[in-house]
Ligand binder design. Structure first.
Ligand code: AMP
Length: 281
């Protein structure tokens, strides 16, 4: 496994691999790897000759009052896990390498960002789209793997790939969870012991709501109230949002039918957690 810190070296390496006819699977991350990331790497490993993992905590997708500085980082540990996962290249640039000067062209996401995290984290998806445009051009992959834990991100990346004609197949991967249902996240380390005990209630609330819909509840407002009440009763977290939309269009529905996403964000003392489920009614 090779760790690469510069853009030209990454580009030269993949060019060489491509010349030899190798396919490239790409897993972009912000590091502090957990089983969610490792599952993406495993999928990439299964279908590609070469696996590239990027580790970059991207400043342009964090708001001024968000946790860019505090975001957990441990490269040595990540390097070890990446090696065990059979990664061929770790692309690990620093901020100056990725953003050497102010950019002269900016990327602005127009659709599917006025809801969910997009409406709560201003500019977040512009930052995500910016760094992915760069990473796609640097790594030039055949397939790129993204977790459904960030379902809105999957929808935005789908738009980016189609609108800008990247010859890349987007591969969405199911959310990987702890045994008690909590979605794996690098930010879970910032939960207090008590909050960690409460946090499985997020997924439990989504599952309970899904069951209600399965039993015939068709009113979106009734479902949202149910989930909010469940979270308020079972956790000390502050609800940032609970929303239900069609997926992947992310449009409102009068009646719950077709493919849905039920998603939430809840703020605990030091970590804002997100979770969602998508399914067809
Ligand atoms: P991050 O490092 O949080 O930016 O995540 C990098 C990639 O891993 C994104 O595509 C995430 O959606 C994905 N990911 C993060 N957590 C999970 C999880 N629990 N299950 C599946 N994929 C995940």
């Amino acid at each position: 496994m090779k760790v690469i810190r510069t853009i030209p070296e990454m580009q030269t390496s993949v060019k060489q691999e491509r010349r030899e006819g190798k396919t490239i699977g790409f897993v972009p991350t912000m590091g502090y790897l957990h089983e969610g990331h490792l599952t993406l790497l495993q999928k990439a490993r299964e279908t590609n000759d070469i696996v590239v993992l990027s580790i970059f905590v991207n400043p342009t997708q964090f708001g001024p009052n968000e946790d860019f500085d505090a975001y957990p980082r441990d490269f040595e540990r990540d390097e070890k896990l990446a090696k065990e996962a059979g990664v061929d290249y770790v692309f690990y640039p620093d901020v100056r390498e990725m953003y050497p000067k102010e950019m002269s062209i900016s990327v602005s996401v127009q659709k599917r960002v006025d809801v969910l995290c997009g409406s709560k984290r201003e500019g977040h998806f512009d930052g995500v789209a910016t760094v992915l445009m760069k990473l796609f051009n640097i790594v030039n992959p055949d397939q790129a793997y993204f977790g459904m834990k960030d379902a809105q991100q999957v929808a935005v990346v789908d738009g980016l790939i189609h609108d800008y004609n990247f010859p890349i197949e987007l591969v969405p991967v199911e959310t990987v969870r702890e045994e008690d249902g909590l979605a794996k996240s690098s930010r879970n380390v910032y939960l207090t012991e008590q909050e960690r005990k409460e946090a499985p209630a997020l997924y439990a609330s989504l599952q309970a709501a899904k069951e209600r819909i399965g039993q015939g509840e068709q009113n979106p407002q009734a479902i949202l109230s149910f989930v909010k009440n469940y979270i308020e009763t079972h956790t000390s977290g502050i609800i940032d949002y609970v929303q239900i939309y069609s997926y992947p269009q992310l449009t409102e529905m009068d009646k719950l039918e077709g493919k849905l996403i039920l998603a939430l964000a809840v703020k605990f003392s030091k970590a804002r957690l997100i979770d969602n489920i998508t399914w067809t009614v």
